[in-house]
Each structure stands twice: as C-alpha cells, then as structure tokens.
Design a protein around this ligand. Structure first.
Ligand code: PLP
Length: 370
C-alpha cells in the first residue's frame, strides 16, 4: 500500500508557483459544494468583480478559466483567429514562442517578430512589420518569465490600434506584481495565471475579453475548433450572473482559493502591492550584487519579481539549485533557451515577496558559493 503523499515544505522562489498564504490554502479545504449551487455562483460573481478591479477593466467577459495560463493563451488565440487570418506575434522568450506555435495551429498566417532574449519588444520592432501587413491581431507577452523582462505595453497598443488590429496580451507573470491597465491601455484580450503574483494554486487562468474582441468572435465564419474553449459556448457560464448555465464542472476548490487570493490582493491594495515588490526587489538586488552576481536585464526593463542573474563562471549552476532545494528547501529556477546552464531565475512573487524569503536565499547562496 502506498503511503499518503506528503509534500516537503519549500520556499517557492522560482518562476512560479509562488507561496500561497495560509488562508488561500484553507479555502481549498472547505467542504465541497456543487458548481451550480447558488452560493458557488455568488463566489464566481465575486471573482469576476475582483478580477475586474485588479485588471482595471469594465469588460463584461472577465472570468477565471478552468485551465492554467497556457489554456488562457489558447482561448484568446483560437477564438480570435480563423484559418487564413494574419497575426503578428512578438517573441522575446519562451512564451512568445508558444503563442506563435498556437497561431500556426489555428491555420492563421504568422508574422513573427523575433527580438533578442533579455530585451523588451519596442515600437521600433513592431512598426516596420505593421507598415507591411494588416493583421487581425498583435500578440505580446507583458512579463517574459523566461528572461525577467517587462515590455512596455502602451506604445505597442497604440501602434496596433492605428493598424486596425486587436491587441492581445499575456499577463501571466505581470498581474498583481506590476501595473496592468486593461482599459487605459486598450488591451482587447488578456490572459493571466493564478500561480504567480496572485499566489493562488496553479490551474486557473484569469481572462478578460473586450467588446471589439467579442465582436470579432461573433463575426467568425467558422466554428472555433475547440469545443471547450469556444467563447460563444463558454460565455453563458462565465458571464451569466444568476442565470449561469452548465458548460463544464468548474474546479470548485481551486476557484474558492482564487477568491481568497484576489480578496487579499485588494485588501493589500494594488499600489501597495507593487511597492512591496519594488522594495523587496531592491533588497534582493543589493544582496545578490554583494555576492558578486550580475543581472542580465537592464534596469529600465527588469521585472521586480522575476530576476535573471548570471550564475558565476565555473560554477555548476544546476548543482547549486539542487543543493538549495534539497538542503535548504528553497526553489529557484534555471535559465531557459540561451540562458540554460548559465543563469538563475529568482522569483519574489506575491506570497514569496518578503524580506524573510530574501534573507533565507541570500544566506544559503552565501554558504554555497563560498
Ligand atoms: N505565459 C507566461 C509568461 C508564463 O510565465 C507561463 C508559465 O510560466 C505561461 C504563459 C503558461 O502558464 P501555465 O504554465 O500556467 O500554463
């Protein structure tokens, strides 16, 4: 007979998930209720209202998709694109590359803008492409988790709308860590993830779809190839208010955990939360630099909560990460792509963004690098 699975205690300081506050974990152990129970519908409605506040949007179609961030990515693209449509995807890391892959799977014509990893996507990268093609949408990753880079969205949104296209944003790693303003920045479709700066368990993807994007979905000539992600079918469940109708069985416990996580974000206040991430980042930066570690990304585009630093020359970076995990119970991430084997990704997201987390990591690194 197998023993019950007993996960070890970790400090989660990698690219996600982050440490979830105790009340978020407790929310998952509440007795189950049905996914159409009027009390659960109340919780879903509250999740929507809180997401609208955190995303700074009045979009009616705002909900937590029953899927991880990749599901939200797929939902946005499969609903907005039909075979033969043209789409521009900006790629400056792993997740832009994933969007490009999905665009091709939709049968759309992909115009891929490759930007060196470690730097943001800038207007000068996008403008020449929009001078040549008239895409239906432009997609970009706000916070590239594979490199720790923040791409400023407003100028890209302006160019996109001037070209008559929809602006699609990946905010998986940015939401609740740095500012995300859906309405002010005219973002037409956006998806995020529950497990990064929101500090809820993985498995849900906050999504918001604006009126122009919903209109594009309604005007489709062909059915969305995915039944599960088809917004025209999903909308009755995710936006129905008291009249929500069955579409699929929502992950009740995960949604109640997200409800608590969103509530905590609003209790703290968005500005205070961003300030906490900035403050703890500075503390981490000073400590890492005192150990002789150097940042990869230039300061203006650094994410405060996902820090890419070069591993010291001649050090087996994977062995250090393993030792951090096994001996100190601290998880950090390795580099991806051209940074694989050369850099570390240190996350201080949401519940993991405390001076205590940073002290613990710095003390362990100090011993291991000695
Ligand atoms: N987009 C970005 C920027 C991410 O960081 C991630 C996950 O790390 C994803 C998309 C995919 O999210 P998930 O792993 O929850 O499917």
């Amino acid at each position: 007979m197998l023993a019950p699975f007993d996960p070890p205690l970790r400090a989660l300081m990698g690219p996600g998930p982050s440490d979830a506050p105790p009340s978020v974990l407790r929310a998952m152990s509440a007795p189950l209720i049905g996914h159409l129970d009027p009390r659960f519908i109340d919780a879903m409605n509250e999740v929507r209202t809180m997401l609208q506040q955190i995303l700074r949007t009045t979009n009616e179609v705002t909900f937590a998709l029953s899927a991880p961030g990749s599901g939200g990515m797929e939902l946005c693209l499969v609903n907005l694109l039909e075979p033969g449509d043209e789409a521009v995807v900006c790629v400056n890391g792993v997740f832009g590359g994933r969007m490009a892959d999905i665009v091709e799977r939709c049968g759309a014509r992909l115009h891929r803008i490759d930007v060196p990893w470690g730097r943001p996507v800038l207007p000068d990268d996008l403008a020449p492409v929009l001078a040549r093609v008239r895409p239906k949408l432009v997609a970009v990753v706000h916070a590239e988790t594979s490199t720790g880079v923040r791409t400023p969205l407003e100028p890209l949104s302006e160019l996109t709308h001037a070209a008559g296209a929809l602006f699609v944003v990946d905010a998986v790693t940015s939401l609740a860590g740095i500012d995300v303003r859906v309405d002010d920045w005219r973002i037409d479709a956006l998806y995020s993830g529950s497990q990064k700066c929101l500090s809820a368990p993985p498995g849900l993807s906050p999504v918001t779809i604006g009126p122009a994007a919903m209109e594009a979905v309604r005007r489709r000539r062909t059915k969305v190839q995915s039944w599960f992600l088809d917004l025209t079918l999903l909308a009755g469940y995710v936006t129905g208010g008291a009249g929500r109708i069955y579409h699929h069985t929502a992950p009740v416990a995960a949604l109640l955990a997200l409800h608590e996580a969103l509530r905590l974000v609003l209790v703290e206040g968005l500005e205070a939360r961003f300030e906490r991430h900035r403050r703890v980042h500075e503390y981490l930066r000073e400590g890492l630099e005192a150990l002789g570690l150097r940042f990869v990304v230039e300061p203006a585009y650094r994410l405060p909560h996902l820090n890419l630093v070069w591993a010291p020359e001649g050090v087996n970076e994977a062995a250090i990460r393993r030792e951090l995990l096994d001996t100190y119970g601290i998880e950090i991430g390795g580099g991806l792509g051209e940074f694989a084997g050369k850099a570390w990704r240190i996350g201080i997201m949401g519940g993991s963004c405390t001076l205590g987390h940073v002290d613990r990591l710095l003390a362990a690194l100090r011993r291991l690098l000695r």
